[in-house]
Design a protein around this ligand. Sequence first.
Ligand code: PRP
Ligand code: MG
Length: 182
Amino acid sequence: SSAVEGDLVNILFTEEQIQTRLGEMAERIRADYEGEELLLVGVLRGAVMVMADLARALDRHLEMDFMAVSSYGSGTKSSGVVRILKDLDTDISGRHVLVVDEIIDTGLTLSWLISNLSSRNPASVEIATLLRKPEALAMPVEPKYVGWDIPNEFVVGYGLDYQERYRNLRDIGTLAPHVYSS
Ligand code: PRP
Ligand code: MG
């Protein structure tokens, strides 16, 4: 394994498992939105990998746009306040919107985003997330499409970072202790 992949102590999901699961999610999404126009909204930066792979797995006409949001203050999410760093370029009024993220942790990001997007009068807004941590959930978020529920452990890879690194791992896993101590 590479020097980057070697920092993982435990692999939760391999590249192959991730692609298979995204294919299954894509099949459901394709059926649910049959005959409708679909706009995928990716949440920067973590959702970049899921957006790229889910959009291609969908293998149908769609549009893609991105938003970047951030918690106020130190980067902890405890304040519960979210601000828009980059808004959509698309007017979503009357559109079917599917928000794509790689993980729901406390739910703060997506609960805020869904209420923000809902106020723009879309035809519908749903969520697709690869991962969800049910034990960490503090805000009401109901994703229609979930890859896997996982325990409340810190995971990296496939968009998920530790201090901005490891987003480019193909697998998802937990980091070896030496990474945190160095
Ligand atoms: C991470 C992750 C989700 C969000 C989930 O993004 O990508 O978007 O946190 O956590 P929550 O459910 O507690 O809100 P982050 O805001 O760290 O930025 P990033 O996508 O740029 O890594
Ligand atoms: Mg994110």
